[in-house]
Design a binder for this molecule. Structure first.
Ligand code: AMP
Ligand code: MG
Length: 395
């Protein structure tokens, strides 16, 4: 069997990053940053008040000091007049601190008067002043290339002085489900038929990682059908589901093995039978057919391929304790769609083990629990790996 790492490295080696697009911030949500965003100016831009209160010279104020209010400085004020000794200035949050002032006393610790104010607190040098550049200096990297752009990253880019960012073009991913037993969602399955859930699963996963899915017409289990279905396809990546195993009617393997695609037994559960290669010059990943296997192999193999197209960094594998024990296959890494409990522990959503047809149970899963190949039993409380790319890709 082929180790998972080796299979993923092979998959990623088939990919090269797609080109760049310069887009408005509002169009960049959920996309991958292609060029590091640097600050155009210091953040904060200027020394400003962190509180509504009074700008003072700290050495001049103690409990009970009365002082003339020489100026009023609302947010948005231009350069305020310098603060003269023996006076203070009323100042609002975010307003520029006048030259000469070295502390702000919050209004709550005064009588709030506007002509002559009484302080109920002494001043500490530097208190309640946000210093220019303490967050970032002009020229500093604020958002690194390869990051997925969510609300936090885009607000940082806006604040750094940018209205547009460079992102990767959304890669087009052709999705092909195979199987004579499949009918469309909403159709009443006849005897021996089931609903095609993989087309929905794959196209939504492609969207979640930042690609544009193109769902090809479903392919029957007939020799030549897969090759014909892929003949005119123009895409950055092709993903097939089903028909890749050792069944007598497995059409993906029958058509593509030896024609640019190699098939492997990958040391993982679920998701053992898989193919990789190129068809008409386009990289292709052939996934198994069972829906949980498709969900898992997409995250483990196709996710990294798409992120290679997008120049995106791989999400970290986290760790969490197992809420309950479960069995793991000897010699195969295990990937279990899992429920996260409120105490941070995880338990299998789909029963674990080889129950990779449990598509209804998949709905409860939020993360993938990962157990290394050498482990044969997880006990409650054991630490397992956690892949959260499902969540991160929500932006
Ligand atoms: P296969 O690899 O083609 O033998 O498929 C393995 C299992 O997955 C079989 O039980 C299929 O019926 C099921 N399956 C294959 N494709 C789909 C699909 N698109 N939607 C739901 N189940 C599928
Ligand atoms: Mg099939």
């Amino acid at each position: 069997m082929r180790p998972v790492d080796e299979h993923v490295a092979h998959a990623v080696s088939l990919m090269a990053p797609v080109d760049l697009d310069e887009v408005a911030l509002a169009e960049a949500f959920g996309r991958v940053l292609a060029r590091t965003v640097t600050a155009r100016y210091d953040s904060p831009r200027f020394d400003n008040s962190a509180m509504d209160g009074y700008a003072v010279r700290a050495a001049e104020v103690t409990v009970g000091t009365r002082m003339r209010v020489a100026a009023d400085i609302p947010a948005g004020s231009g350069e305020p007049p310098a603060l003269h000794s023996g006076t203070c200035a009323r100042i609002m949050t975010g307003a520029p601190v006048p030259h000469g002032a070295d502390a702000v006393i919050p209004v709550e610790h005064t009588d709030a008067a506007t002509a002559e104010v009484t302080f109920y607190q002494s001043a500490v040098t530097g208190a309640h002043i946000r210093r220019a550049g303490e967050d970032a200096r002009a020229g500093d990297a604020v958002v690194a290339a390869g990051q997925l752009l969510g609300a936090w990253q885009l607000s940082a880019a806006a604040s750094a002085g940018h209205a547009t960012v460079a992102v990767r073009r959304r890669p087009v991913v052709a999705v092909l489900a195979t199987g004579d037993e499949l009918v469309d969602p909403g159709m009443e399955p006849g005897p021996g038929q089931i609903v095609d859930s993989n087309s929905t699963l794959l196209s939504m996963l492609v969207t979640a990682v930042g690609g544009v899915p193109v769902v090809l017409p479903r392919c029957p289990d007939r020799p030549g059908a897969v090759a014909a279905a892929l003949a005119g396809v123009d895409a950055d990546l092709i993903v097939t589901a089903g028909g890749a195993s050792v069944g007598a009617y497995d059409p993906v393997k029958a058509d593509l093995a030896g024609h640019g695609v190699e098939f492997f037994a990958v040391a993982m559960q679920p998701g053992k039978p898989q193919g990789l290669g190129t068809v008409n010059g386009i990289p292709i990943a052939c996934l198994p057919g069972n829906p949980v296997s498709v969900a898992v192999t997409f995250h483990v193999v196709v996710g990294p391929m798409l992120r290679a197209l997008l120049g995106a960094v791989e999400p970290k594998v986290l760790a969490a304790p197992a809420a309950e024990g479960w069995k793991c296959p000897a010699g195969r890494a295990q990937f279990v769609p899992a429920v996260v409990e409120s105490d941070g522990s995880v338990r299998p959503a789909t029963g674990g083990g080889s129950r990779s047809h449990l598509v209804a149970s998949l709905a409860a899963g939020r993360v993938l629990a990962v157990v290394p190949a050498e482990v044969e039993q997880v006990y409650a409380g054991d630490t397992v790996g956690i892949m959260t790319s499902i969540l991160e890709n929500m932006g």
